[in-house]
Design a protein around this ligand. Structure first.
Ligand code: SF4
Length: 972
């Protein structure tokens, strides 16, 4: 065996003997010392690389530098305050200016000078604090590597190369594809040009970087496959549902937690995986202190359920049934806000008492054709005098006659109120049978009896009714909040549409203590901010991307791809198309490439993307695809270490950790004030031209890399005159300097102050406007989704339904999947524990060895008892798609719905230096076996039985299914 290159194993990273007492003692030495002594001086770096707790110097100690940046241990974007000693990051706390880190009344006013902030800290969670170990992770790649000549992909044989060589070779690879003039297939021009055969897929990429890589791949190179991000394995169907209800204007809603009085969390877990978990945890505790009531609907007793007033262990996939049962009860018992729902346009909403800032389509007439809700009735179809095809039709509230409703979002149109229901539920207008959108929702809710809904969701009628009563007992101060749980099903979008309808019925949008869209942010990139802003995304003389993404998102099979449609004989398509999946389709990337449908990809770039590990049912199929150079001739991965995906690459390019780069991440709408965080390196060095050298190894910022590649290729948009205002782009700082300037132009805050305080943060007083949120969504909220009702499913050729509904679990052809309960008795769910993200935090020893060294197969005590399984027993978990299965330890609990098993994410790595699989320059690299502990549940999730090489998925939202798989559990 080759000599190990690195000697330190994880066991020595974290010395279990290093007690809290010893830690305090070391801190005490620092506190009492006027200067950092020679004895202590090397300790921070040693402690961090060795995994020990480093000393935490006082702010008053000499040599302690305080820098503000932004966390990326999860997507929460909490501001951080980094203590740096002698160029070494030793401690991370929360930025006291940042609203993620302190509550109103505690947070520093933005006007507070930085020197007065020095002794103030905000909160960060345990993941955030362990970010120091992401920087000093001893297994990080120290420079770019290339697959060793003569070896195959995945063999783990690498040679070091210089960045110069990487830039030269990758520019050479890209050169033939900088072509937006030659079509991929002249017989199918809709597919677009050769440039589209380059695909960029980031796993975790945040604002600032997103706009930069979009600019390179889309506007300089010209590929339509410029950003296939991970959202479809995260939570996309709730974004899509939200967007469908608001005409694309908003796609993410959160309760105003502190002021809310009743929160119904459905499949969301703010105290573990919610982002931002750090402020959500604080706000939830404050909410509880103020007497708020929290009900958690989740098959697993999560951290959030542990703090709830009521835990409702729903059957996985029963979300729509639960919500529709509530709707049936609410409508049947008059427990909805009829005044709000009768407002047919914004003028009526603004004039109503109480005043509203949103309105709904509840009163809009919808044409019923062949028994289905086909489309809104338009005024010309209704035969109304002067009626046009752009006007809706309502039944006037005063006399029930059909009247035209011109642009309902235009405040200059007169107020209109309509009847919620036609007399007798339907009405014939000019020969068209019509129902109101409200009636259509009511009919869906009444499609089954309460008892039938209760059986489908596994919650008793009395529990559902009590929740419906309580939900409707707090006026506008109640919110039903869905997230990943309802989303990650084949019926994910409909599940969320049903849940969002609960909020619509009580009209809680925009109210203090109601449903909110958050405070928003200043504009960093698009030049929309203010005079003086520059659209830095545009490239003078750049390319225009066109064609269809390889995953067929935002494209309609029949109308956007007429040549492909004709070639393949119409319906069904060879693979599904996703016209509504605005956030992409991550799980379809590799299977689509393998099927070359609708075309192949020649150059695959990934960035912080471990799709083989993180995607359901992916391992065997994805590994086979990535191994095959005839399917993907070039694979370049940006990755800190060879992980389960980048281990198959031809090149691995290590960009720096998040604490060694810039970024402008946005926060979730949990925060009700305007926030623009600014990430910046807290360690590393700059030269006079602001060229940045990261702290660890010979790593390179992705921005610097692509600027260099673009220059090699002679692409426009770099060097002198790169931007519309003539400014230059020579390095990463040039890009972020432009973003900073845009922030400054819009906010009036200087770039230096933004850097000094880690961003721009509106004051707490800006959150509310009397009884309303100050930052509001003003516009329509739809119950009927016409764009769905008029779109055909590419596989069945039938129209989607436009009304929120219950839909069983189906394969891609629309066949209902009937569970083999005898063979596979358990529904399997996965989740993120509080100390981890999906895949990458296993490298942080404090989060593993200190908190939870391995994960488990969690199951209810009654199920375990019947199988003779006890906590700690080894079990095998297998499924219809993976009979070999996975093995791990059982954990027996009462906190699980019987018949359900759960496996947390993050554990059970088989690459990521968890085994001796990586050889660089002939030297076998050391590994950390602790990263392989536990098991990884994605491997037994279910493949779509029709397609065979991709997981089950939601054809509307594009979500991968994580919660529609059944498994067998056996003691071994
Ligand atoms: S919640 Fe997320 S962003 Fe905030 S401190 Fe924790 S890991 Fe960092």
């Amino acid at each position: 065996m080759s000599k190990m290159k690195r000697k330190n194993s994880l066991d020595s990273w974290l010395n279990p003997e290093f007690s809290r007492r010893k830690f305090i003692k070391v801190s005490g030495i620092l506190a009492s010392a006027a200067t950092v002594t020679n004895f202590i001086k090397p300790t921070p770096a040693y402690a961090l690389t060795a995994g020990e707790f480093p000393p935490d110097p006082l702010e008053s100690d000499a040599g302690v530098d305080i820098k503000y940046s932004v966390c990326l241990m999860c997507h929460g974007s909490c501001g951080i305050r980094a203590k740096v000693v002698d160029g070494v990051l030793v401690k991370i706390d929360g930025n006291p200016y940042h609203p993620n880190c302190l509550e109103p009344g505690e947070r520093l006013s933005y006007a507070t000078p930085v020197n007065e902030a020095r002794n103030r800290v905000g909160t960060v969670c345990v993941k955030g604090q362990s970010g120091v170990q992401t920087v000093y992770n001893p297994y990080r790649l120290l420079g770019p590597i290339k697959r060793a000549p003569g070896t195959k992909r995945g063999e783990g044989q690498w040679v070091s190369i210089t960045w110069e060589q990487a830039i030269d070779e990758i520019a050479q690879i890209l050169s033939p594809y900088a072509d937006t003039g030659t079509l991929i297939d002249p017989s199918a021009p809709e597919l677009g040009p050769i440039a589209n055969k380059v695909l960029f897929s980031p796993g975790r990429l945040e604002h600032g970087q997103k706009e930069f890589t979009d600019r390179f791949f889309k506007n300089q190179l010209g590929t339509i496959n410029h950003r296939h991000d991970h959202t479809s394995i995260c939570e996309t169907s709730h974004h899509v549902a939200g967007s469908l209800t608001t005409d694309g204007k908003n796609n993410h809603f959160k309760p105003d937690v502190i002021n809310c009085r009743y929160i119904l969390y459905i499949g969301t877990n703010p105290l573990e995986a919610g982002f931002p978990m750090n402020p959500l945890s604080r706000k939830t505790m404050e909410f509880k202190k103020r007497g708020g009531k929290m009900v958690v609907v989740d098959p697993r007793f999560s951290n959030t359920a542990a703090k709830a007033d009521q835990w409702v262990p729903i059957k996985p996939g029963g979300d729509a049934a639960f919500a529709l049962a509530m709707i049936q009860y609410m409508i049947g018992n008059g427990r909805y806000d009829g005044t709000y729902l009768s407002n047919a346009n914004i003028s009526a909403a603004l004039e109503s008492s109480p005043k509203e800032y949103s309105f709904t389509d509840s009163t809009f007439l919808v044409r019923i054709v062949g028994g289905r809700a086909a489309a809104y009735l338009r005024a010309d179809e209704a035969g109304l005098p002067g009626g046009t095809s752009s006007e809706y039709v309502i039944l006037d509230e005063s006399n029930g006659t059909a009247v035209a409703l011109p642009d309902p979002a235009n405040t200059s149109n007169p107020a209109r109120r309509g009847l919620l229901e036609a007399p007798g539920d339907s009405i014939v207008v000019n020969g068209h049978t019509c129902k109101t959108a409200f009636t259509l929702l009511k009919e869906q809710a009444n499609a089954r009896t309460m008892q039938q809904w209760a059986e489908l969701c596994g919650i008793s009628v009395s529990v559902i009714e009590n929740i419906a009563i309580e939900f409707t007992s707090h006026g506008k101060n109640a919110v039903a909040n869905p997230y990943r749980g309802p989303c990650k099903h084949t019926n994910g979008t409909y599940n969320v549409l049903c849940i969002l309808a609960l909020n619509t019925l009580i009209g809680s949008m925009n109210w203090k203590g109601g449903n909110t869209v958050g405070g928003g942010h200043w504009h960093e990139a698009d030049g929309k901010g203010a005079p003086g802003s520059v659209d830095v995304t545009s490239v003078p003389g750049g390319a225009t991307a066109s064609g269809i993404q390889v995953t067929r998102v935002k494209a309609n099979y029949e109308t956007d791809a007429p040549a492909i449609f004709a070639r393949d004989g119409g319906y069904p398509a060879r693979r599904p198309w996703f016209p509504h999946a605005q956030n992409g389709n991550f799980q379809e990337i590799l299977p689509s490439i393998a099927d070359r449908y609708p075309y192949g990809i020649d150059v695959l770039f990934t960035y912080w993307n471990d799709m083989v590990y993180t995607t359901p049912a992916a391992r065997a199929t994805y590994e086979a695809i990535l191994a095959d150079e005839s399917l993907i001739p070039h694979f370049i991965a940006f990755s800190l270490e060879p992980d389960e995906t980048s281990c198959w690459a031809d090149y691995i390019l290590p960009d720096p950790s998040y604490l060694e780069r810039w970024g402008t991440p946005h926060v979730a709408p949990t925060i009700q004030t305007k926030v623009s965080s600014f990430r910046q390196p807290v360690v590393g060095d700059f030269d006079a031209d602001m060229n940045y050298t990261p702290a660890v190894g010979d790593t390179m910022l992705i921005e610097d890399f692509f600027v260099a590649v673009a220059k090699r290729l002679g692409l426009p948009g770099v060097g002198a005159g790169a931007f519309a205002d003539g400014d230059k782009l020579d390095n990463a700082w040039d890009w972020y300097r432009k973003l900073l300037n845009n922030f400054s132009a819009e906010s009036g805050v200087s770039a230096n102050e933004i850097l000094a305080k880690g961003g721009i943060f509106e004051g707490d007083e800006a959150a509310y406007d009397g009884e309303y949120m100050a930052h509001r969504y003003q516009g329509i909220i739809r119950l009927f989704i016409e764009s769905l009702a008029t779109t055909k499913d590419s596989m069945t050729g039938e129209f989607f339904d436009g009304v929120p509904k219950y839909e069983p679990i189906k394969d891609v052809m629309g066949n209902e999947l009937v569970d083999d309960v005898a063979q596979y008795p358990f529904a399997l769910v996965t989740y993120k524990p509080v100390n981890h993200t999906q895949s990458r935090t296993i490298v942080n020893p404090w989060l593993v060895q200190v908190l939870m060294p391995e994960n488990y197969v969690e199951m209810n005590a009654s199920d375990a008892g019947s199988l003779g399984i006890e906590t700690g027993d080894m079990v095998k978990v297998s499924s219809i798609s993976n009979s070999v299965g996975i093995k791990g330890k059982a954990k027996v609990t009462q906190g699980m719905r019987p018949g359900v098993a759960a496996i947390s994410q993050s554990y059970g790595h088989w690459q990521l230096n968890s085994r001796p699989t990586v050889t660089i320059d002939g030297m076998l690299q050391d590994y950390d076996a602790g990263r392989g502990k536990g098991l990884q549940g994605n491997q037994v999730l279910r493949l779509d039985p029709v397609l065979g090489n991709v997981t089950l998925q939601d054809k509307i939202g594009g979500s991968a299914s994580f919660y529609n798989s059944r498994v067998r559990i056996e003691k071994i």
